[in-house]
Every structure is written in structure tokens, then in C-alpha cells.
Write a protein that binds this ligand. Structure first.
Ligand code: ATP
Length: 298
């Protein structure tokens, strides 16, 4: 069953078309990644899904209802971490967690304590005094403490250090095991790769690709380093081989992922002694779309 269903969604800010015919389907129980560079339209899409922003046209269903009309009812079934976390500066982190958690219909005290402990948050400090990372932790704990069906997380690890990113990932994996649905936007590719069952890539308001990571691999290349007993020949004539460098019995190249089988068969005739293969990353997939523009963003 689709928890979120979007068809032909358009959003104008004045004359500026921020979302152009966006389609998105998030199924119950999946971790869905929404990736794209800054300004691509991720936050706009999430805010429309949540009924916080009005669409210009198209169909948007959340739990089978129109989020703009039924926002109050629907929000009891989900938890949201906004991209920019603004907290009440005079409340402590603990007070914010309690307040937001109660607004979502309450939570178990042990779950709250467990999360505060795992994220190593000092809940007694005023929000105005927290660093960006600590404010993010407060927002995350406030969402994760709630036992809801859907978690919508906009750039959830912004400002978290790698250790805390690890804690976050573990929490998401546990929620998935419990059958929860998670929609997570990110421009951090490793995060999406590590967590998500399916991803959609958005660029300049348009979805350019949707699928499982395995399905998207036809767009990616695997890098291979190989040592053989006999000198290697003929690799340069095979389709799918790129950036080839050969020195006698040692070769390094990248290969279109769907051509790997043929290339490995070719290599075995020279007697493979060692082979190192690096799997494609979503990052490479991205570079093929964004090219220099993406490199300069990084
Ligand atoms: P980021 O990660 O930087 O938040 P994003 O993918 O979430 O990026 P959005 O915030 O959805 O992108 O913005 C999409 C586009 O719409 C951008 O070009 C942005 O400048 C524009 N935009 C967003 N909010 C408004 C607004 N209130 N008025 C006018 N333009 C807006």
C-alpha cells in the first residue's frame, strides 16, 4: 500500500516553477530516499506532503487523504524533522522533546531516556545554547520518541558527527524492522545508500530517476584493478571498459556494471592472480547527472 502518492505535482513560487510534474510513491514499510543538491525541491515536496505548503496542481495523497485539508488528523500518524531546526530558545532540550512528543500523542519514558542516552544529549541545556548538532539531536529525538507509522526526515544528519550518524542509522534500521515507513531527504549519498530501499533523484524540480539501488546500477561503473599471470590484451576492444591503464600484467579500469560478466570472462584467460573491485556508489551515479556542477558543489 502507498502511504504517500504524488502524481504530476507542480509548485510555483510566484512565476518560479519549483516542482515540475513530480511523481513519487512511498510504500508502507520502506525506507525511501529523496536525494538531490541544494535547491532541487526536496523541502518543498516534503512540506507539500505534510500539508504545510499548498501545491499549485497535481495529486498529493498522504495515508489516502489530501494533506492540505486533513493536516491535523494526518499529523497524529507521523513525525517530522524539518531541514532547518528552529527550537524555542528559552526551553531546554528535554522540555522540547516532552512538548513535541506529547503533541504527537505521548511516548514511553524509557524510550525517551534510551534515545537521550544513545545520542549523548544533555537535555538540561537551553535550546538557545545548543550547537547545531545538538539542536539536530533534539529534533531527531523528538521525532524518534513517537510511536507513529511514518517518519519524514529532511536532511536528518545535518550537523551530526560520524559517531552520531551511526546511532541515527541504527535507529532507522530498528524502525524499519518494526515495519515503520521512513521518507528521508538528503544530499549525503552514503547515507541514502546505507539506509534506503528505494531512491528518487530530484534535480531542478524534476524527478530524474527512481528505483532500487540495484536498478540504478545500470547508470554506474565499477572500478577494477587486476593482476594476471600472462600479459593482458584485448581489453581496449571490449565495450563497457573505460579509463583503461595497462602495464603488462597489471590493469586498472572502470566498467559499466552490466558488462562485468563479459569482462571477467575475458580476464580469466590471462590467469587472474588478484582482483580488487570497488562497487559503484550513488555518488558516481550523481556525477553522471550533475557532472562538474556537482563536483563544484562538493
Ligand atoms: P535545500 O536542501 O537547500 O533546502 P531543497 O532541495 O530542499 O534544497 P527547496 O528548499 O525545496 O530545495 O527549494 C526549491 C527551489 O524553490 C529553490 O530554487 C528555492 O530557491 C525555491 N524556493 C523555496 N522556497 C521558496 C519561497 N518561499 N519563495 C520563493 N522561492 C522558494
Amino acid at each position: 500500500m502507498s502511504l504517500i502518492e504524488i502524481k504530476n505535482l507542480k509548485k510555483y513560487y510566484g512565476k518560479f516553477l519549483a516542482l515540475d510534474e513530480v511523481d513519487l510513491d512511498v510504500e508502507e514499510g520502506e525506507v525511501f530516499g529523496f536525494i538531490g543538491p541544494n535547491g532541487a525541491g526536496k523541502t518543498t515536496t516534503l512540506r507539500i506532503i505534510l500539508g504545510l505548503l499548498r501545491k499549485s496542481s497535481g495529486k498529493v495523497h498522504l495515508f489516502g487523504s489530501d494533506p492540505w485539508h486533513d493536516a491535523v488528523k494526518l499529523h497524529r500518524r507521523l513525525a517530522y524533522v524539518p531541514g532547518e531546526v528552529n527550537l524555542w530558545p528559552t526551553l531546554t532540550g528535554g522540555e522540547v522533546i516532552d512538548l513535541l512528543g506529547r503533541l504527537r500523542g505521548g511516548f514511553r519514558q524509557e524510550r525517551r531516556e534510551e534515545l537521550v542516552e544513545r545520542f549523548k544529549l544533555d537535555p538540561t541545556k537551553k535550546c538557545g545554547a545548543y550547537s547545531t548538532g545538538n539542536r539536530q539531536k533534539v529534533a531527531l529525538i523528538s521525532a524518534l520518541v513517537s510511536d507513529v507509522e511514518l517518519y519524514v526526515l529532511d536532511e536528518p544528519t545535518l550537523g551530526l558527527d560520524p559517531l552520531m550518524e551511526g546511532v541515527f542509522r541504527q535507529c532507522i534500521k530498528e524502525l524499519k524492522k518494526e515495519g515503520k515507513t521512513i521518507l528521508l531527504s538528503s544530499h549525503i549519498l552514503a547515507e541514502v545508500e546505507a539506509l534506503c530501499d528505494r531512491v528518487s533523484i530530484i534535480r531542478e524540480g524534476k524527478i530524474i530517476e527512481t528505483g532500487t539501488f540495484a536498478e540504478l546500477r545500470h547508470l554506474t561503473r565499477t572500478s577494477i584493478t587486476v593482476d594476471t599471470i600472462q600479459p593482458i590484451s584485448g581489453l581496449d576492444e571490449l565495450a563497457g571498459v573505460h579509463n583503461l591503464s595497462i602495464e603488462g600484467k597489471h590493469a586498472h579500469f572502470s566498467v559499466d556494471t552490466e558488462k562485468i560478466d563479459k569482462i571477467l570472462k575475458h580476464l580469466t584467460q590471462f590467469g587472474v592472480q588478484s582482483l580488487i573491485s570497488a562497487p559503484p556508489t550513488l555518488e558516481e551515479l550523481f556525477i553522471r547527472y550533475y557532472g562538474d556542477e556537482y563536483s563544484s558543489l562538493e
